[in-house]
Ligand binder design. Structure first.
Ligand code: SAM
Length: 336
């Protein structure tokens, strides 16, 4: 059987990375991400686990080599381990190079061993503070000890952990060195993310919490010698090395378009919409062609059509009102 042509966008970028949100639900309510009382999507809107499998398998058949599972909180989706089990066959066949997930860590205590056994080697855990009280405040519903236990379980299972920290002025500024030191001590990778304008808060609070990563970096340079690394992952992170500890630290500045040239990724929402760019509204409904036929021809054609519309890049401005609508829709359904 001849392999179908791989997915290449109009700017000659091969699409090799799919980020899939498997649920819009979460067991936390991080203030900068969700409102406390969220209305979640009706179940029939969501792709079933079987549909998610078929969707991902189709993308893999078209050349996607890296799959990142996210949410909402991916590990609260009922039956999610069945889905991971299904995807692990693509790791075994070699079609998929990496299967990974972004999680808040709350369920890792239960699932880390199984995830490792299925071939998951690296995960991202979102954690903005190491202080119990602050953690409870920012996540509204989360408890830090449970997450730390989960992270330990992942490490014990042999999974490499990257800690993702949203930089929040007046919230975790004072923990910058504490978090860096903790990651060095625990041998976790570390990435800082610039906060995007979403969540349920006043405009004032929103602006108050914005801590530009340039500032964070300057602060870091007061204690460490920073060396910029040329390394790119096709993703939004830029990396520096702390010469004193050897740590590699990532910076993700989603509001600047410094990574579009090498963008190799698209994102699928839990309802089957494909977003071709983090910062653009355009999306394609893949659920309809998936449900319309048991064969994959319609779905493949819809995917190719969507990729042919992938824009060259995006250009946010923090002050632009439009961004808020864009981002909240993206993050709650596509998982950041
Ligand atoms: N529940 C999972 C988790 O906590 O990692 C996956 C979904 S969560 C939406 C994915 C990432 O988006 C997390 O690292 C989270 O901190 C980040 N995020 C959510 N809202 C954000 C915002 N307003 N600005 C920047 N990052 C945000």
């Amino acid at each position: 059987m001849t392999r179908p042509a791989p997915l290449i966008d109009p700017f000659a970028r091969p699409i090799e990375y799919l980020r899939v949100s498997v649920t819009d639900r979460c067991d936390f309510r991080c203030t900068y991400c969700m409102a406390e009382h969220m209305t979640f999507l009706p179940k029939k809107e969501l792709l079933t686990l079987e549909e998610l499998d078929r969707m991902c398998t189709t993308f893999i058949g078209l050349g996607v080599e890296k799959l990142r599972i996210t949410g909402g909180e991916p590990l609260v989706r009922k039956g999610i381990m069945t889905f991971f089990q299904g995807m692990s066959r693509h790791l075994e066949s070699g079609a998929l190079r990496e299967l990974t997930l972004t999680t808040n860590g709350s369920q890792l205590g239960r699932f880390a061993t199984d995830l490792a056994a299925l071939g998951i080697k690296r995960i991202n855990v979102s954690l903005d503070t190491l202080d119990d009280k602050k953690f409870a405040d920012i996540t509204r519903w989360g408890r830090l000890p449970q997450v730390l236990k989960g992270i330990d379980a992942a490490k014990a299972a042999g999974i490499r952990v990257k800690i993702n920290v949203v930089a929040l002025k007046g919230f975790n500024e004072d923990e910058l060195f504490g978090i860096v030191d903790w990651c060095a001590h625990e041998d976790h990778d570390l990435t800082f993310i610039e906060v995007m304008p979403m969540g349920d808060m006043s405009e004032e609070a929103r602006l108050d919490q914005y801590w530009p990563l340039e500032e964070l970096r300057t602060r870091l340079a007061e204690r460490f010698t920073l060396t910029d690394l040329a390394e790119r992952t096709g993703g939004p992170a830029r990396y520096v090395k702390l010469e004193e500890t050897g740590q590699k630290i990532g910076f993700i500045t989603p509001l600047t378009h410094n990574f579009c040239e090498s963008c190799n990724r698209v994102r699928l929402t839990c309802t089957g919409e494909l977003f071709m760019c983090l910062g653009q509204e355009d999306n394609a409904d893949l659920r309809a062609p998936l449900r319309e036929s048991a064969e994959n021809d319609l779905l493949e054609a819809a995917i190719r059509n969507a990729i042919s519309r992938k824009p060259k890049g995006h250009d946010f401005d923090y002050s632009r009102q439009k961004v808020e609508g864009q981002m909240s829709r993206h993050m709650s359904h596509t998982g950041g």
